[in-house]
Design a protein around this ligand. Structure first.
Ligand code: ZN
Length: 279
């Protein structure tokens, strides 16, 4: 299994930037890179997409996903218009640098009057619209969040939605922190088509009451209570073979030196895939 780096991991380290992350990820052997929208926006103040495309042409690491289009369902008309602009921009970025994935996060606090059936039906329509807009070359990966107020907060629900969308370029993100945080079920994972799991975010979680953790409670894989044995067994059982991408948001890791952070991220990700997948 290949390994990836998500820019959230070193986001607040001193000296962090899109280019600093890329250079370090290349140095420490990551295969793929998940680019954050805010890091890219900062880069664009002084650079062009052509420069970024050139950089990738001359290095081994490849762009994996645009992270993220946040909050794309149950929007008001103004938010819908803003999202359309964002999608146009993402498409331009993807085409310029050869990136083929967009991670999309569902809206939070959509109102207590919205039933699951209503949320699902509306999201199916939204994802079909977005998939059409992005075109068949760009995949959209729905990332449910393990937070009580997120409109889609379990793997099973996200999977049902993409199944109903039924398009080759719409799938799900499996983030192990989010999977743990709202008690997603291993049996749902075991029933999934591995080709529908587009993105795999690796991390761990402190041992706190379920659903109570913010992203700052994420830990390096193996240091917390996420059931990686169970998740990996299920993924191996269904024959999943994707990219395992480390994604942390922990203040203690941001206090690390930028290079030390990425070096450590590479070490734990390589050790993780060696233990569970690349035997
Ligand atoms: Zn994630």
């Amino acid at each position: 299994m290949k390994i990836g780096f998500n820019e959230a991991t070193a986001l607040k380290c001193e000296g962090q930037s899109l280019m600093a992350d890329l250079e370090m990820c290349e140095k420490y052997g990551f295969d793929y890179f998940e680019m954050r929208f805010d890091c890219l926006a900062e880069y664009m103040k002084e650079h062009t997409l052509e420069e970024l495309a050139d950089w990738f042409k001359n290095h081994n690491i490849k762009p994996w996903a645009y992270n993220t289009l946040e909050f794309f369902n149950m929007l008001d008309p103004f938010q819908t218009m803003a999202t359309d602009w964002h999608l146009d921009w993402i498409k331009e970025v993807c085409e310029a640098i050869g990136m083929k994935m967009l991670i999309a996060v569902p809206s939070f606090n959509v109102g207590l009057d919205k039933t699951n059936a209503e949320i699902k039906a509306e999201m199916v329509e939204r994802l079909r619209y977005m998939a059409e807009k992005m075109g068949p070359e760009i995949r959209i990966s729905l990332e449910f969040c393990g937070v009580p107020t997120c409109s889609v907060n379990q793997f099973g629900t996200a999977y049902e939605i993409v199944k109903e969308v039924d398009l080759p370029n719409v799938g799900v993100t499996l983030d192990t922190f989010h999977f743990h945080e709202m008690g997603s079920k291993l049996e749902d994972l075991r029933k999934a088509d591995p080709k529908k799991i587009f993105v795999y975010h690796l991390n761990d979680c402190e041992d706190l009451p379920i659903g109570s953790c913010g992203d700052d409670k994420r830990l390096w894989p193996g240091e917390g209570v996420v059931d990686h044995d169970g998740i990996c067994a299920a993924l191996n059982e269904i024959g999943f073979d994707g990219v395992c991408t480390i994604e942390e948001f922990r203040p203690e890791y941001y206090a690390m030196n930028h290079e030390e952070n990425i070096k450590k991220a590479a070490e734990v990700t390589k050790a993780f895939v060696a233990k569970y997948y690349n035997k």
